[in-house]
Design a protein around this ligand. Sequence first.
Ligand SMILES: *Cc1c(COP(=O)(O)O)cnc(C)c1O
Ligand SMILES: [Zn+2]
Length: 415
Amino acid sequence: MSFATGLICRECGTGYPSEAFYVCEYCFGPLEVNYDLAGARGVVTRQSILDGPLSMWRYGALLPDPGEAPVDLGAGWTPLRRATRLAEVLGVRELWLKDDTRNPTGSFKDRVVSAALSSARRLGFSTAACASTGNLATSVAAHAAFLGWPSVTIIPSDLEKSKIAMTAIFGGTVLGVEGTYDDVNRLCVELVAEHPDWAFVNINLRPYYAEGSKTLAYEIAEQLNWRTPDQVVVPVASGSQLTKVAKGFKEFVELGLVEGTAPVLFGAQAQGCSPIATAFAQGADVITPQRPNTIARSLAIGNPADGPYVLDELRANGGDCGSVPDDETLECIELLAKTEGVFAETAGGVTIATLRQLIARGSIDPEGSIVAIISGHGLKTLDAVVESATVSSTIAPSLEAAEEALRFHQLVAAS
Ligand SMILES: *Cc1c(COP(=O)(O)O)cnc(C)c1O
Ligand SMILES: [Zn+2]
């Protein structure tokens, strides 16, 4: 049973029923899902959660009503890994990785798509669609295939080959737009008006979509044995994930499910697309759109829909937002892989490089506990590393050649 009561305007507070609304009729503000948290208190307990499935739907009481059953391809309940070697390199005491590379299609987007399409099915939709920087398209196409629905996913045409293949393989219609994600998004807003019977998960289903990200916070708290971390680093594109991770922690605190207070959140962006980090640093309330130019394609949103809410969250709670150049992103993909055995896509490199930057800047306390959200798998952005990650040596098929190479790589002593 869900404690969602309906939708509410984030700007003026006008209420709406749990239907396919996404903008306020009065002020054009975005809508979000509202809950009866007072009613949930004492009903949603640690035990009721422990009795649930090993997926994000163990928190179904705090998610939008999925109708008869959730659309569950297995999103969520990903590992939280203690990262001792990486912590040592970065000079921090307690570091954890929320390993969302382990979702069904290799990114955290499976959480938001599972939430959005569950509501979409309840509301009578039967076609899935989205505007995407890549990972969302893959997840929508996969979940649509799982449902037997047609899908229309719309992406910039110059995305990584691996992301296009991972989307096309599911058999839906993939439209490559000659333009940036912001062009794709503008086009999709027009398409929603033409095809209101299609579930564009991140446009007309956006209030439901966004709720899926709260499960990152719930899982982190539960996996820390019902404790909140002090600090969480979140990669930021539209900003939806960061604002909902914040909401998730606050709800758990309010429900009395965890010890401690909600953590301080930190945003991570690529320098080549850093509209939120820039506005934060300048103390601006308005986000100035940028034209993205970075290898972190999944974070390349130049005009982020939730940007102002991210600024509010970071400013209200002592957070910060960093941005890093692409060479540091690549270096940190390798650093994470070498120290912890986790292969992340470019967004993960951005997150680790930003964590390092914010420690150096003094924004992140090295003595406090830290969680870094690793939101996508490295196989999605192989292009970024194929040049540097290659065989150590190419040798003839002989013992002599092998031994010579091993001496060269100092695995055996020189004779
Ligand atoms: C989409 C995405 C993000 C950021 O999501 P927003 O909610 O738009 O800020 C982070 N990491 C990866 C891998 C993504 O695909
Ligand atoms: Zn309103």
